[in-house]
Design a protein around this ligand. Structure first.
Ligand code: ATP
Length: 600
């Protein structure tokens, strides 16, 4: 075998072992139950192993000694043995599967919790479908291995060891026929195992890809329909699942070849045992009972090996899946509390930016030395051309990303010295794209403060100009919102998002004004709600409306990651710089009063 291939194989066997151990580690809290179940399984297997010996006695009682009383006694004895075996087998399997299901539940929780700890960078690099596939398909694959295969593995191991020992005791020469097949099976298992493991991982990857394709399209169903791209999306999904089918078929071919090969070998071995054993009986060196018992043990071994080869493929599939799960669990969250981080309390809302430098990718600075001091309660509008870095700047305040250089201070405290959760608790974000959950209207508002009373929810909705339209819906606050809120208009969705933000009662507000048009009545209601929300809070707003910039205490004009102008609306108009240029472009011919719907 070439050195390189050998290394890959060794590495993969090692990684199989490591991942299995990692899964096994998860069962630590349930070790007592696990060991008790193992003992019950050993006892059940041991009882099962005595059955052929009982049968041998039974047959010899008939054929050799002709003893009818002994025959009755043995038959009753065997019956009770079966009952006892069933009881132990049930107990062992039940508790082993219990541990398996428990471990999987813990694993699901652990993975999901970990996903929530990971930052924006992680999610930006992956598709949602791929991540959900890990939670469902990969964990499902490990589940099968743990709950089905683990009990089998134990039974098979004991049954194999026991059958082999008893066979040798019965007739060692006949036993050696069986052992001749062992090296062949071992080599085949290693060869096929590696291939199957690789294919299993491929299948999980392709499954994740196809899930991602479907999720992408289904979550943008409006876009798909608007562009009449149903057929295109169906094609895309078909291509993905057909690719999956091809890999799955290759796995089936390999797996079946392996099983069939093992099967043929053992049936041949059995024929040899029949023939050779028959000779021994004829020669008087073996009784008929001995031969029957021997053959049952041989069948036992054959069945166990067959099962273990199936088991091996299941375990290999699980190893492929668990590699992916543990890769995910190894992802380190980029934003975490620093040691000694303090909670942010009694916030006034003074925000200072000191020489901020930020890049998503090395060498391509998006923010280039932003410095600014915002007083508590001020409204600060950010304007500038597309791609100037406005959204990026807002994303740094709740620490969705950390700057490479420079710092952000809130009331004089560096946000990296604060507990992340306490920082984010004090900041509300109203983005352009409002996301609503498929729960009730009330639950969507409650997201801002989970323990709010009904009165608080209603007050927030009233302040957000949402109360009236909520009452007009079929079940009022309990009306469910369709998947992603499709049953609500754009303005209504915004007002719900504002109600949610009001309920959170933040000291700092980050607002990305929507650019999509609303009708003027709806627009006026949203604006009014926003102004109410902005009262007594430090607000950073990416402004697209003239009314917003006119009312802002200060306007920061960003261009290519730098603040190029700063001042009030009138001051900036007088400067005749970028701001006045943008203003000219957008508002030149319009009368200020009718400009509410215009965008920057
Ligand atoms: N997640 C990301 N990964 C890499 N680059 C990004 C990411 N998000 C934004 N950028 C890049 O950073 C730059 C600034 O983007 P940003 O969204 O902050 O601009 P903006 O001023 O808010 O623009 P707009 O008004 O169009 O929303 C752009 O060049 C953009 O391509």
């Amino acid at each position: 075998m070439p050195e390189e291939e050998k290394e890959v194989q060794q590495r993969s066997i090692k990684s199989l072992w490591t991942t299995l151990m990692e899964i096994f580690d998860l069962s630590k809290p349930y070790r007592f139950r696990f060991y008790a179940a193992t003992v019950a399984t050993i006892i059940a297997s041991a009882i099962w192993l005595t059955v052929p010996l009982g049968l041998r006695e039974l047959l010899d009682a008939v054929f050799e000694s002709g003893d009818a009383d002994l025959l009755n006694l043995l038959a009753i004895g065997l019956f009770f043995l079966f009952i006892l075996q069933a009881v132990f087998s049930f107990t062992g399997n039940y508790h082993l599967e219990w541990v398996g299901e428990r471990v999987i539940t813990d694993l699901r929780k652990k993975v999901y919790q970990h996903l929530h700890r990971l930052g924006f960078r992680f999610f930006a690099e992956r598709r949602l479908g791929e991540i959900t596939s890990r939670l469902t398909n990969d964990v499902g694959s490990i589940r099968t291995a743990l709950t089905d295969s683990l009990p089998q593995l134990l039974t098979i191991t004991f049954s194999l060891i026991g059958s082999v020992s008893l066979m040798i005791m019965l007739n060692w020469r006949l036993s050696s026929v069986i052992f001749l097949t062992v090296p062949v099976v071992t080599i085949a298992t290693r060869y096929f195992g590696k291939k199957i493991r690789e294919l299993s991982r491929g299948i999980q990857d392709e499954l994740a890809d196809s899930t991602a394709v479907a999720e992408d399209a289904l979550s943008a169903v409006r876009l798909v329909k608007a562009f009449v791209r149903e057929d295109y999306e169906v094609d895309r999904y078909q291509t993905a699942v057909e690719k999956l089918f091809k890999t799955a078929r290759r796995k089936v071919v390999l797996t079946q070849l392996f099983w069939s090969g093992v099967g043929i070998m053992f049936m041949t071995t059995l024929v040899i045992i029949f023939w050779y054993g028959g000779q021994e009986v004829l020669a008087g060196r073996l009784t008929a009972g001995d031969l029957v018992a021997f053959i049952i043990y041989a069948l036992n071994i054959s069945r166990s090996i067959n099962q273990s080869s199936r088991l091996y493929t299941a375990v290999n599939s699980a190893a492929g899946a668990s590699e992916r799960i543990f890769e995910l669990l190894d992802e380190t969250p980029e934003i975490e509390d620093s040691p000694g981080a303090k909670p942010l309390k009694n916030v006034k809302g003074q925000v200072t930016l000191e020489n901020l430098h930020f890049a998503y990718e090395d060498g391509r600075d998006v923010l280039k030395g932003i410095s600014f001091e915002g007083k508590a309660g001020e409204t600060i509008a950010l304007v500038g051309p597309s791609g100037a870095g406005k959204t990026t700047l807002l994303n740094l305040l709740p620490r969705f990303y950390d700057p490479q250089d420079g710092s952000i201070l809130i009331d004089g405290q560096d946000i990296r010295d604060l507990k992340v959760k306490s920082l984010r608790e004090k900041i509300s974000i109203v983005p352009q794209e409002i996301h609503l959950f498929g729960t009730s209207i009330k639950d969507n508002i409650l997201y801002g403060k989970l323990d709010a009373t009904d009165e608080e929810v209603i007050r927030a909705a009233k302040d957000a100009n949402a109360h009236e339209f909520i009452l007009e819906t079929e079940h009022g606050y309990d009306t469910p919102i369709g998947e992603r809120g499709v049953k609500l208009s754009g303005g209504q969705r915004q007002r719900l998002a504002i109600a949610r933000a009001i309920l959170k009662n933040p000291a700092i507000l980050l607002l990305d004004e929507a650019t999509s048009s609303l009708d003027s009545e709806s627009e006026a209601q949203v604006q009014e709600a926003l102004y109410r929300l902005m009262q007594n809070r430090t607000t950073f707003v990416i402004a697209h409306r003239l009314s917003t910039v006119q009312h802002a205490n200060r306007i920061l004009v960003l261009d290519e990651g730098e603040i190029v102008e700063e001042g009030t609306h009138l001051e900036l108009i007088e400067q005749k710089g970028l701001y006045s240029h943008l203003y000219e472009l957008q508002f030149r011919d319009l009368d200020a009063d009718s400009q509410l719907n215009m965008r920057f």
